[in-house]
Design a protein around this ligand. Structure first.
Ligand code: NAD
Length: 360
């Protein structure tokens, strides 16, 4: 019996990049002795076309009864696609919000890793990029400012808007535990980011993170204010291993961290709940502008699949092998168009999948 994996190929380049991730996973399975049983689930535009809604209850049930979800990307061109003539709650992206909520995916992980071979794409000064970096941003995804009560009122002709930033200690504790657990699979360093010099929610965050840290004496904890962290990410990104932070700070910092890697087609991500279950997807969108042309970079999805092996299935060795194969393919100078530079061999989506599978 294989591990049950729900697969959302999605829209645009989604089916192309997911096919390559499955190819690489199956190769790793043969080598490392595991099997994956895939069940295809419709979401986004693909589900609208068949069911009239971006995500059905049956699709959610299939995802829930699986060990993990592997996803491509959903959505189309907002200007031309008929999906965007529908009311907001029936559009492709509504499926994504619905599945995150239904599966209680409160922890978002985004690694930012600078490949030596892609250093030229890094917008930082050479003396900084030369040190390389390998960090993971762990962002709380279901609480804080984006989910608090909000209102806009008007009194005596003056408009006032209010957003509420609230966290309870249980929400903080569960994400901190995830952060420390994942640090144990990496270099055992957690940098917790807050604004404890100003915000009560941050002071509670800091004290709960310190309580959790007591159970992880082998992991080093430091605290950093968010404004300082934003600077350090461009000044000395090599110092970070796991950055643990709340929803809005994580939203901003994870985009900053991915920008400094310089290549959108390389960025994986995972969203986890309290169990080992997770949803794994590239950080980029469905790139409708290049869909169906065999030119999309499948590496972000392949690296997301490696994260799935590591975090949901505890197949660390196979995950290492896939990540190693990606490094090797870059070292062998193969590139899809988005990361191509002079002197490298340009490959298509399928060829890149083959080349990585051969190196697993
Ligand atoms: P996008 O990430 O799809 O594309 C931005 C640019 O990057 C495009 O030029 C695209 O061609 C390029 N690109 C992206 N991924 C690439 C890859 N793997 N290889 C090569 N080039 C790549 O962002 P967008 O154009 O703003 O959004 C397109 C659609 O994707 C929208 O419908 C949006 O809502 C959706 N979207 C979905 C998700 C998700 O499913 N989680 C996330 C972001 C955007």
């Amino acid at each position: 019996m294989g591990h049950k994996i729900a697969v959302i190929s999605g829209d645009g380049i989604g089916p192309e990049i997911v096919a390559e991730a499955k190819k690489v996973l199956d190769t790793a399975g043969k080598k490392y002795g595991f099997e994956l049983d895939y069940t295809e689930v419709l979401m986004g535009g693909a589900s609208i076309d068949v069911h009239g809604v971006p995500l059905t209850e049956e699709a959610i049930e299939t995802a829930k009864s699986s060990e993990a979800v592997l996803m491509g990307s959903i959505g189309g061109d907002a200007k031309t696609s008929p999906w965007y003539q529908l009311p907001a709650k029936l559009r492709p992206e509504a499926g994504l919000l619905k599945i995150r909520k239904a599966l209680n995916l409160f922890a978002n992980l985004r690694p930012a890793y600078l490949y030596e071979e892609l250093r030229a794409a890094c917008p930082l000064k050479e003396e900084i990029s030369a040190a390389g970096f390998d960090m993971l941003i762990m962002r709380e995804l279901t609480g804080g400012l984006y989910f608090g009560a909000r209102s806009t009122t008007e009194k005596d002709g003056v408009r006032t808007a209010v957003d509420t930033l609230s966290y309870n200690e249980n929400e903080i504790r569960r994400i901190a535990i995830k952060g420390f657990d994942i640090a144990r699979k990496r270099r055992r360093k957690v940098c917790s980011v807050d604004k404890a010099n100003v915000l009560d929610s941050s002071r509670l965050w800091r004290s709960v993170v310190e309580e959790v840290a007591k159970d992880y004496p082998d992991v080093t904890l430091e605290h950093m204010l968010v404004d300082n962290c934003a600077m350090q990410l461009v000044r000395d990104p090599a110092q970070f291993d796991v950055i643990l932070t709340e929803n809005m700070f994580g939203d901003i910092l994870s985009d900053e961290a991915s920008m400094v890697t310089g290549s959108i087609g390389m960025l994986s991500s995972a969203s986890l709940n309290e169990t080992k279950f997770g949803l794994y997807e590239p950080s980029h969108g469905s790139a409708p502008d290049i869909a169906g042309q065999n030119i999309a970079n499948p590496i972000a999805t392949i690296l997301s699949a490696a994260m799935m092996l590591r975090y949901s299935l505890d197949l660390d060795e196979a995950a290492d092998a896939i990540e190693g194969a990606v490094k090797q393919v870059l070292a062998d100078n193969y590139r899809t168009g988005d990361i191509w530079s002079e002197g490298c061999t340009k490959t298509g989506t399928r060829e890149m999948g083959d080349l990585i599978a051969q190196r697993v």
